[in-house]
Structure formats: C-alpha cells, structure tokens
Design a protein around this ligand. Structure first.
Ligand code: PEP
Ligand code: MN
Length: 360
C-alpha cells in the first residue's frame, strides 16, 4: 500500500470545518440509553454515533455486550437523529449482521488487530465494500502489525479506511490505561499522511480528567478527529464508567479545543512549528518519566546498600556507566561534553536519593 489521496475521500465527503467527532457510549445497554445519548448528541459536532454491541473484555465475567439486538437501536437512533452509526466487528458474523442493519462505519478493535487471521477473515467478509473501516492500533506497540491490518483491507478492495489511535497496553501501571506512545502514530502519519488518523482518548486515558489534554495534543499533531466515549450517566455505565463523559461535557470540549485550520503562509508556519513543538513536549514527558523511574531504582539500590552497609559512592561502577554512555551518545550525535553534564546531574540526583534512604 502506498499513500493515496483517495484514502480520505470518505472523510472529505463529510465537508466538515472541524475535526471529525465520533461519540457515544462504550456499550449499547438499552434502547432508551442509546436513543437518549443520540438525541443529546444530535446538535453537537458529532457526526457519528458509536456504541459497542459485542464487547471484547480482557477478563470474562464483565458485561459482554447486548449482541445483535442492539443493532436495531442504532438503526432507530440513525433514523431519529440523522447521525451515522459505527460499531466494532470482530468476526465475519458480526460483519454480516452490522451490514444488514445499515451500520455506516465498522471499527476493528485493538484485540482484533493483533490477529492477522481474524483481520483477514473480516477483510474477506467486507471485500469491495464502500463502507468505511477504521482500524484501531493493536494492543501491543507494533506499527507493522497495525499497518499490516490496514493493508489487508486495502488489498480486499476496501478503500475507505482510517486508523484509530487508542494507546498500547503496558505491564507497569502508568498515568494512562493505555500508554499513548505518540511516536508510533507519528511514524504512521509520516508514511501515510492521507490516511485519516483519529484519536480515541477514552481508552488511552481510562479516566475522564485527561481526555481534553489528549485531544488537544492530537489536534496539535494534526489528527483528523476523535472518538470519545459519551454516556448520559457515565458513572452508571455498564462498561468503562470511569472514562466516559456526558454529551454536555463533549460539547464544551469541542468549544474549548484550539483548532488550527487557518490558511496562508504565516498560518502554515505556525501549524508546522506547533506540530514540532508538540513532538518535543511528548519527548520531554518521556524523559521526565524515565528519570523518575531511574530514581526509583536508585532508591531500591539505596535500601540494599543500607541493609548491607555498603558505601553510596561506587566510583568504579560510575566510571563504567559514564564510559558506556559517552559511546552510546556518540552514536546519537551527542557530544561528550553534553553527556558528561547530563549524567553528572543524574548521578548527583541518585546520590541525593540514596542519602535520603540511608539516613532515614
Ligand atoms: C471500545 O472502543 O469500546 C473498545 C473495546 O476499544 P479497544 O478495542 O480500543 O479496547
Ligand atoms: Mn470502552
């Protein structure tokens, strides 16, 4: 697959003067719930109503979706509000049922994108369709696997395509439910600048309070839109309660976000510099997180040294680290002077941490 303008025909056809917004509950729960949310979203920026019908749960025993019955509710919501509809499909049977119920956009979930067999089965079931298919990133941070899924659809003559960035799972607990790893969608965007890129801040965040910031970062990185889990009573949602927001909160958010869509040379410069600055901000965050992680390991070493009555400063070990870092730095075009400064600072902070551990 190569980059092609046609990849974004479906999105251009909407003729929006703002980013695409897909909103709606994590799961369709009842007919009233779906209709209530759809009517509240009707006069928002949301073009598409989302609702999970079949829910892939990591552990059994959680709500697994209402099943095909919910497709009728989506159909009714579409009739009553004029919104388009989207749901997740995870096998050929889901595809068949979704098509029979006139679902407009199908999305491939993160747990499906990891499996080339299932992706191929779904692509075959959709061969030649003019429906739009949005492919979520796989749960693991693997750009090739994500692109591979896009290619399977493209090869099956599905030309209305887009990708959804929903973050990547990590074993360690972080600030996010799923780590954004922004570098991955940024790389993807560089290779396929015309493939619509949509952010799912809800599954990245896992909580409502950072959804706005995630959306702003995505806008600064020129994403094409968002898919935001929206529920009329989020705390009572049957799945993903902590991360859903109300339709009113969604409307306010679309007002508050800084959208850069100006034209002209000066605007182009500003767009470019803002995009580059967003990239720098993301990397700076990662640096701080890694420094924090390093200091926590230094604390552990402090405890061990205390228990074993070992001195904090181990000159031989320190010189070894410095030597290695200078060599690695060279490979990255970082001067020896710079590496020495940075690592002296890091080393001093580690010593301070260990002093604290040993003196307490
Ligand atoms: C969802 O969108 O509700 C969902 C299950 O997402 P993901 O596949 O990203 O986990
Ligand atoms: Mn969800």
């Amino acid at each position: 697959m190569e980059n092609k303008k046609e990849l974004r025909n479906w999105l251009d056809a909407f003729g929006l003067d703002h980013p695409l917004v897909i909103a709606g509950p994590c799961s369709a729960e009842t007919e009233d719930q779906v209709l209530n949310i759809a009517h509240q979203l009707k006069d928002s920026d949301a073009t598409v109503l989302r609702a999970g019908i079949w829910k892939p749960r990591t552990r059994p025993g959680n709500f697994e979706g209402v099943g095909a019955l919910g497709l009728k509710w989506l159909q009714r919501a579409k009739e009553e509000t004029g919104m388009l509809t989207t749901t997740e499909v995870a096998n050929a049977n889901h595809v068949d049922l979704a098509l029979k119920h006139d679902i407009d956009i199908l999305w491939i979930g993160a747990r499906t994108t990891v499996s080339p067999f299932i992706v191929q089965e779904i692509a075959d079931a959709l061969k030649g369709t003019d429906k739009t298919v949005l492919i979520k990133n796989p749960v693991n941070p693997d750009l090739a696997l994500w692109l591979g899924a896009v290619e399977r659809f493209y090869t099956a003559d599905v030309k209305n395509l887009g990708v959804i960035h929903r973050g990547f799972s990590t074993y360690e607990k972080t600030r996010y439910r799923n780590n954004p790893e922004w570098q991955i969608p940024i790389d993807l965007q560089q290779r396929f600048p015309d493939l619509p890129l949509i952010l799912d801040p809800s599954h990245i965040a896992g909580r409502r309070d950072i959804i706005f910031d995630l959306c702003q970062t995505a806008l600064d990185l020129n994403y094409d839109g968002f898919m935001v889990e929206t529920h009329h009573t989020p705390d009572e949602a049957w799945s993903d309660a902590a991360q859903q927001i109300t339709p009113d909160a969604l409307k306010q958010m679309t007002v508050d976000l800084r959208i850069r869509k100006e034209e002209g040379q000066e605007a182009e410069f500003r767009n470019k510099i803002n995009t580059l600055r967003s990239k720098i901000d993301i990397i700076d965050h990662q640096i701080i997180e890694h420094l924090g992680k390093r200091m926590r390991v230094a604390d552990d070493i402090g405890h061990l040294k205390k228990e074993n009555n070992v001195a904090i400063l181990q000159t031989k070990r320190w010189n070894e680290i410095l030597g290695k870092m200078i060599l690695m730095g060279e490979e990255q075009h970082l001067s020896e002077e710079f590496i020495l400064k940075v690592f002296k600072g890091i080393h001093q902070e580690s010593i301070n941490h260990q002093k604290k551990v040993i003196n307490n």
